[in-house]
Design a protein around this ligand. Structure first.
Ligand code: HGY
Ligand code: MN
Ligand code: MN
Ligand code: MN
Length: 400
C-alpha cells in the first residue's frame, strides 16, 4: 500500500484553529455541548467534508466523518470537548491527527479512513459519555437523565445540537478497528526524551456521585455534640478511605475527590449538604471492586453514626482494557520505523474512548509526550516535532 504522507503544516494549522474555540490563556474551556464545543464540532464537520468525508452527528453529539466506501475501514479519532480547565491538545490532538491522516490517505490513493470526535469524553455528565452511548455501554435514554454539577440534564444539553444530529447511530460494523492518538498526559515519555508511546492497556475507572445530607444550623449556637455537619462527614469519610485503602492499593492505584459542593457554603452556617464525586482507577478489576466495597461501607457507616442521609448516584464503571495485539504490533513497527529507539510500550493511567470502543472492535492507542507531564491544565503542551511524528506513526500504522 502506498505510504501516507501527512502535511505537517496542515496538521499544526488545524490544531491551532481548533485551539481557538474556547481559548483561555494557553488552554481551552470547551465543555461538552457548550457554545465553543458546538462551534468547534461544526468547524470539524466542515473540514471533514473538505476531506471528502461525510460528516454525521449522532444523537449523542458524537461527530463521525465517514468515507464514501461500503468496505469496512479503519476508524481513528478521539474527543474535542475539554475539561472545565483543559489543555489545548487533550483529545483534540487525536481528532486532528486522524483527520490529517484521512485526507493525506485520500490524496495518495491510500486506504479509506473514518474520523470521529466523541462527545463528553471529559465527563461533564460522568465520563466518556459519548463513546459509552455509541458502544452500547450507556443507553441514550438513561444518559438523558444524568445531570451535570449545575443540575442540567444530558437531554437538555444535547438539545442545543438537535438541528445537527441525525436520529440514528453509525453502525460499528462499518469499521474494521479503531486507533486513537493522544497526548500521554504524564511524564514518562518526556522524562525519557522519547517520542512515542504504544499503549498495551488502559486502567479501569469507577466513580460515584455522593451526597451527605445533615442539618443546616447556626455555627455559634449549635453544640458540636448535636451537629449533623455534612462537611465533617465528608472529611471523616476521606480520612477513613485513605486509611482503609492502605492494605488494598499499589503505587499505581489512584483515587480522587475532585469535585465538592457544600450547601449553603457559608462560614457561619453548619453545612447541611455535601455533594462530591469519588473516583478511583487501577489496572485490576478485583482491586476496583474491593475499593468500591470500602467506599460504600465507609459512607454508610459514617452517615449512620453521624445522623447523615446518604445518596449515591451516577455510577461510572469502565473496566481495565487490553489493547488489540494486531493493531498494537502495527503501531510498534510504525514507531520503530519513524522514531527508532525513541518509543516504548506503556500502560495508560488516563482513560480514553478507546477503552469503550475496544468492547466492539480491535482498538489501539499511541501517545506523544506531554511537556513536564502536565495535563488537565491550561499549560498542557507538546513539542511540534512530537505532534508531527505521532501523526506520521499513525499514518504508517494505518497504511500498513
Ligand atoms: O480523566 C481522564 O483520564 C481523561 O483525560 N478524561
Ligand atoms: Mn482525553
Ligand atoms: Mn482529559
Ligand atoms: Mn521532544
Amino acid at each position: 500500500m502506498p505510504p501516507i504522507n501527512i502535511n505537517p503544516d496542515r496538521l499544526l494549522g488545524d490544531l491551532q484553529k481548533l485551539r481557538s474555540f474556547g481559548a483561555r490563556q494557553s488552554g481551552v474551556v470547551r465543555p461538552a455541548f457548550s457554545e465553543a464545543d458546538i462551534a468547534a464540532r461544526e468547524w470539524l464537520a466542515g473540514r471533514m467534508r473538505e476531506a471528502g468525508l461525510e460528516p454525521v452527528f449522532d444523537p449523542a453529539g458524537n461527530l463521525f466523518g465517514v468515507p464514501q466506501t461500503d468496505r469496512p475501514c479503519i476508524l481513528s479519532g478521539s474527543h474535542s470537548d475539554s475539561q472545565p480547565e483543559g489543555g489545548w491538545l487533550d483529545g483534540a490532538y487525536g481528532v486532528i491527527a486522524a483527520l490529517e491522516v484521512a485526507r493525506a490517505s485520500a490524496e495518495t490513493g491510500g486506504p479509506p479512513v473514518a474520523v470521529v470526535s466523541f462527545q463528553d469524553e471529559e465527563g461533564r455528565f460522568g465520563a466518556l459519555t459519548g463513546s459509552r452511548i455509541w458502544t452500547g455501554a450507556l443507553p441514550l435514554d438513561e444518559a438523558d437523565g444524568i445531570t451535570d454539577l449545575e443540575g442540567r440534564s444530558f437531554a437538555e444539553a444535547r438539545a442545543a445540537m438537535a438541528g445537527l444530529c441525525v436520529a440514528g447511530f453509525i453502525q460499528p460494523g462499518r469499521f474494521s478497528g479503531f486507533i486513537e492518538a493522544h497526548i500521554e498526559q504524564g511524564p514518562v515519555l518526556d522524562d525519557a526524551a522519547e517520542s512515542i508511546g504504544v499503549v498495551n492497556a488502559i486502567v479501569g475507572i469507577r466513580s460515584l456521585q455522593m451526597r451527605f445530607t445533615g442539618h443546616q444550623n447556626h455555627a455559634g449556637t449549635t453544640p458540636m455534640a448535636v451537629r449533623r455537619d455534612a462537611f465533617q462527614g465528608l472529611a471523616a469519610f476521606t480520612g477513613a478511605i485513605n486509611r482503609d485503602f492502605a492494605d488494598v492499593v499499589t503505587p499505581a492505584t489512584v483515587w480522587t475527590i475532585g469535585h465538592v459542593a457544600l450547601q449553603p457554603n457559608a462560614s457561619s452556617i453548619v453545612p447541611g449538604q455535601a455533594d462530591f464525586t469519588v473516583q478511583w482507577r487501577d489496572g485490576s478489576a478485583d482491586r476496583l471492586d474491593h475499593m468500591e466495597a470500602i467506599i460504600r461501607e465507609t459512607a454508610m457507616r459514617l452517615c449512620d453514626d453521624r445522623g447523615l442521609q446518604l445518596d449515591i448516584s451516577n455510577p461510572v464503571a469502565v473496566p481495565p482494557t487490553e489493547m488489540d495485539a494486531t493493531l498494537r504490533a502495527r503501531l510498534e513497527r510504525a514507531a520503530e520505523t519513524t522514531a527508532p529507539g525513541a518509543w516504548r510500550i506503556m500502560p495508560s493511567g488516563a482513560l480514553h474512548d478507546a477503552a469503550n470502543v475496544a468492547r466492539l472492535m480491535p482498538a489501539a492507542m499511541l501517545f506523544v509526550p506531554s511537556i513536564g507531564g502536565v495535563s488537565h491544565n491550561f499549560s498542557e503542551d507538546t513539542h511540534k516535532h512530537d505532534l508531527v511524528r505521532g501523526a506520521e506513526v499513525l499514518a504508517r500504522a494505518i497504511a500498513e
